[in-house]
Design a protein around this ligand. Structure first.
Ligand code: GDP
Ligand code: MG
Length: 472
């Protein structure tokens, strides 16, 4: 069942608590019932929690405890507890009511979450859900300023004078930063950066295939950060922030195969990053066009026609593409800050594209030699995690990022290890080693997947030529 607490609410509560936090829904009155027993089963002895009341007049308020709820105990004092309001009549008006003195909460098996001046329900006071769909909760000594500084607010300004809620949620509050990383990572030092840069700079496609470079196709929502990723890689090799591909409102309308040059050798690197029109509802790149791109039929700079699919008569259309023209790895670029609100249209488009990459036009699985890997780059991690925003090297110890990676893997139905979180250059004016390491790690992975494809192709060619020789 969906959580009601928004990302903005969570960020605000994190700030009040004083550290980056993650919120895990434990109890929800509309899901688990207005039951003291169920509340204690789900929330006892588990750690810090935040309880949120969703008042039926669109007021949202609640309380935070670092102390665990328990079934025995009576009145307790938690010096770090606080009450708060987040929304007043639907408007975002966050105010925190800090602890002053006295007891803060009541712990007993016959009581639900129960703060001094903010009670919920107890076994002698569990009213059935009203005909209007709200729960009538307890209101005695309600927001009276006992133990907490109400900063001039009253029961009327916080809760419109009543405690009838459409829902009530209790979240476990966890530290965002994990003690051990959720994915092994290299040291965030300049040596790691240099090694990765050398790997990419010295990369050459499988020799036997005799192709000058591999093609990495980026595909994803409009605004996901495809052009920014290309700019990030280009900046790394250029040694300063560059902006070759247009980003932001400038929609990519054509098929562009970018090369990156290493100024130290004055040579182009052996890959091309291919940028396409984005995936969007309605005006997305067409399945047929994508098919042509994958097979290598569309020329560089091909301008997509928003209403018609590409024609075989288009100038420069490659009628008989060879392996060098094809896309060797397809990277789904996903905006990590909008995973929760991805429209069904976009999700189904992404699924369509993934099956296109995996299945040939006649809907049969391609021969194993034709299988391409579809890793995902998960961008804008700095936007979903304050810890990462402050320090990109916390990427693999952030539980928020870990959750986003798991979600992206589910959406795209790919292994988690194929989801690579990145942070593109966007507001920075100087290069940063941590950002470089992440981007190059993602690129190295894409190059290795491209090599897998070439290996498969090579094996296939070998098998075919052996078959022909046997027939001869
Ligand atoms: N904060 C943040 N913003 C990003 C990141 N990547 C891209 N952006 C911004 O997102 C917007 C869209 O990016 P763009 O590369 O044009 O997306 P495209 O449509 O996929 O090519 C731009 O304003 C970028 O500056 C990132 O990792 N973090
Ligand atoms: Mg773009």
């Amino acid at each position: 069942m969906a959580e009601l607490l928004t990302r903005k609410d969570k960020k605000q509560i994190s700030q009040w608590i004083g550290r980056d936090s993650q919120f895990e829904l434990l109890y929800k009155i509309s899901r688990d019932g207005q039951s003291c027993k169920r509340f204690h089963e789900l929330c006892d002895n588990i750690g810090p929690t935040v309880t949120i009341f969703y008042n039926k007049d669109n007021n949202v308020y609640g309380g935070y405890l670092s102390d665990s709820w328990e079934s025995t105990g009576g009145w307790c004092t938690d010096l770090t507890a606080f009450l708060f309001k987040l929304h007043s009549a639907g408007n975002w008006k966050p105010v925190m009511f800090p602890y002053t003195s006295g007891e803060t909460h009541f712990k007993a098996d016959a009581y639900g979450p129960w703060f001094q001046s903010l009670p919920s329900f107890c076994s002698g006071f569990c009213k059935n859900k009203s005909a209007h769909g709200s729960y009538v909760l307890y209101t005695s000594s309600y927001f009276e300023g006992e133990s907490f500084d109400m900063k001039g607010e009253t029961v009327d300004s916080v809760a419109n004078g009543h405690n009838n809620v459409t829902d009530l949620e209790v979240y476990l509050v966890r530290d965002d930063e994990l003690e051990s990383p959720w994915r092994d990572s290299q040291d965030w030092c300049s040596q790691t950066f240099q090694e990765l840069k050398e790997f990419v700079a010295n990369y050459e496609p499988l020799e036997e295939m005799k192709i000058p470079e591999v093609n990495i196709l980026l595909i994803g929502q409009v605004g996901a950060g495809k052009s920014s990723f290309l700019n990030t890689i280009n900046s790394i090799f250029k040694g300063g922030i560059s902006s070759r591909a247009c980003t932001g409102n400038n929609l990519t309308k054509s098929f562009e195969k970018f090369r990156v040059r290493d100024p130290s050798t004055k040579k182009y690197l052996c890959f091309r990053i291919c940028d396409t029109r984005g995936v969007e509802e309605g005006l997305s790149i067409k399945n047929e066009d994508l098919g042509f791109i994958l097979d290598g039929n569309l020329p560089n700079h091909y301008t997509f026609n928003p209403v018609e699919k590409a024609s075989t008569k288009a100038p420069g259309f490659v009628k008989e593409p060879t392996v060098k023209d094809r896309m060797h790895v397809v990277v789904f670029v996903l905006d990590g800050s909008t995973l929760d609100v991805l429209s069904e249209g976009v999700v189904s488009k992404l699924k369509d594209f993934k099956s296109l990459v995996w299945f040939c036009k006649c809907d049969l699985l391609q021969s194993p030699g034709d299988l391409r890997c579809t890793p995902a780059f998960l961008t804008k991690m700095d936007k979903i995690c304050e810890t990462v925003n402050k320090d990109v090297s916390k990427m693999f110890t952030s539980s928020v990022v870990e959750d986003a990676v798991n979600k992206a893997a589910d959406i795209n139905a790919i292994p988690r290890s194929h989801v690579l979180p990145v942070k593109n250059y966007e507001k920075e004016s100087q290069l940063k080693t941590d950002i470089n390491i992440l981007a190059l790690t993602a690129l190295r992975q894409a190059l290795m997947f491209a090599d897998d494809f070439l290996e498969n192709q090579y094996e296939l060619e070998q098998e075919n030529s052996q078959t022909l020789n046997t027939r001869d």
